[in-house]
Design a protein around this ligand. Structure first.
Ligand code: ADP
Ligand code: MG
Length: 349
């Protein structure tokens, strides 16, 4: 992916939110049947729905896909004892840890993304994630001193890579792959389904979706963008996808409210606190979910204007941003693909 310095960014209003599959799948001119399984993985309720020749083959492919996701979770989770990331963090300042090849490649990709995103995407912010504890038992608003202290330990140049070894040179640093591993897992699940002969279906891991092939009648999978209002599960817009990923990050996914203020899980490394700007959600369309996962988080931190022009400058990536005042903005390649279903949300052209 290359970054083009395109200044002619046309702001197109669109909305977005969490992604929901809208389609009622009725097999058309095919003998195939729908097979579906939900499972609690990656801290979310996952859904895999595919077309298969028979139930047994379909279930077997889905089970292999889930097994792949669980293996990635066991490797890249910060909290699962013995995972690569757990071991790296436990040995911070002390020893290099040998990790799986795929962990190394995800870490390398994440580090590359830090530069590409002007530092807003930073896997070395583990200390801040830990401090805020959003979604965890210990979530609370830290004091300024604690925030400053954690911010002193997010310098990614302290992550030393050599062969398959990772060492955090700063003993007070933690890494966190929460903004990239889910997308990687979705891509891998789709790959496993393909490997098992599946040509049509989708993988949905709580807002990270991959649409595999088309529906059996050749039409795209329709994926919905969720109303970003907290508590609403409504779909406000939809996009058709064939062999493509759609990922949404929103401030309504994981958060707590203290003294009337809403604190969510996307941290701005510059302030050390949950991002505060005009956005409520960012949806990214891309070939791979891993890119969508990173970029949805990064654009959320960048905010409306910078985020839109940043995505305009990336090839093969499109975005739909929703603001607090219910406006939708889409990049030029997405504007004609978004169908608004709720007229309260205005697509800005
Ligand atoms: P979700 O996991 O709900 O899909 P996101 O994809 O937006 O949400 O990722 C948020 C997660 O990414 C956080 O829970 C945290 O683990 C991590 N994270 C938060 N802020 C950043 C950041 N600035 N850079 C990198 N990772 C981040
Ligand atoms: Mg994500």
């Amino acid at each position: 992916m290359t970054y083009k310095d395109k200044k002619t960014c046309k702001l197109l209003t669109v909305i977005i939110s969490l992604v929901i599959i809208l389609t009622a799948c009725t097999p058309k001119s095919t003998e195939q049947m729908i097979v579906e399984q939900d499972d609690f993985v990656l801290g979310t309720v996952g859904k895999i729905r595919i077309y298969a020749d028979d139930e047994k083959a379909g279930n077997s492919a889905i089970e292999k896909a889930y097994a792949r996701i669980v293996a990635i979770e066991n490797t890249m989770s910060t909290s699962i004892e013995g995972s690569d990331v757990y071991n790296i963090n436990k040995n911070a300042g002390n020893a290099a840890v040998e990790v799986k090849e795929e962990t190394m490649s995800v870490i390398k990709k994440a580090i590359d993304y830090k530069e590409l995103t002007n530092d807003v995407f930073n896997i070395a912010i583990g200390r801040l994630i830990e401090l805020w504890g959003i979604g965890k038992d210990w979530q609370k608003v830290p004091n300024e001193e604690e925030i400053q202290d954690a911010k002193n330990h997010i310098d990614i140049t302290q992550v030393e890579l050599s062969g398959n070894n990772v060492m955090l040179k700063d003993p007070d640093m933690l890494i966190d792959l929460g903004g990239i591993a889910k997308g990687y897992a979705v891509d891998e699940a789709a790959r496993v389904l393909r490997e098992n002969g599946i040509t049509s279906g989708f993988v949905n891991m709580g807002g990270d979706v991959y649409a595999l092939g088309s529906k059996p009648d050749g039409t795209p999978w329709n994926v919905g963008i969720q109303d970003p209002e907290i508590g609403s599960g409504d779909v406000i817009a939809k996009v058709g996808l064939i062999d493509e990923s759609i990922v949404t990050s929103g401030d309504y996914e994981r958060y707590f409210i203290e003294d009337g203020v809403h604190y969510h899980h996307i941290i701005d490394p510059e302030t050390g606190s949950p991002t505060r700007n005009e956005l409520v959600s960012v949806t990214i369309l891309s070939q791979k979910s891993v890119d969508g996962d990173v970029l949805s988080t990064a654009v959320f931190v960048m905010g409306l204007e910078e985020g839109l022009s940043f995505i305009e400058g990336l090839e093969d990536i499109e975005a739909v941003l929703i603001t607090k005042d219910k406006k939708m903005y889409a990049t030029s390649g997405a504007i004609d693909r978004v169908e608004v279903l709720n007229p309260e949300f205005q697509l800005q052209k």
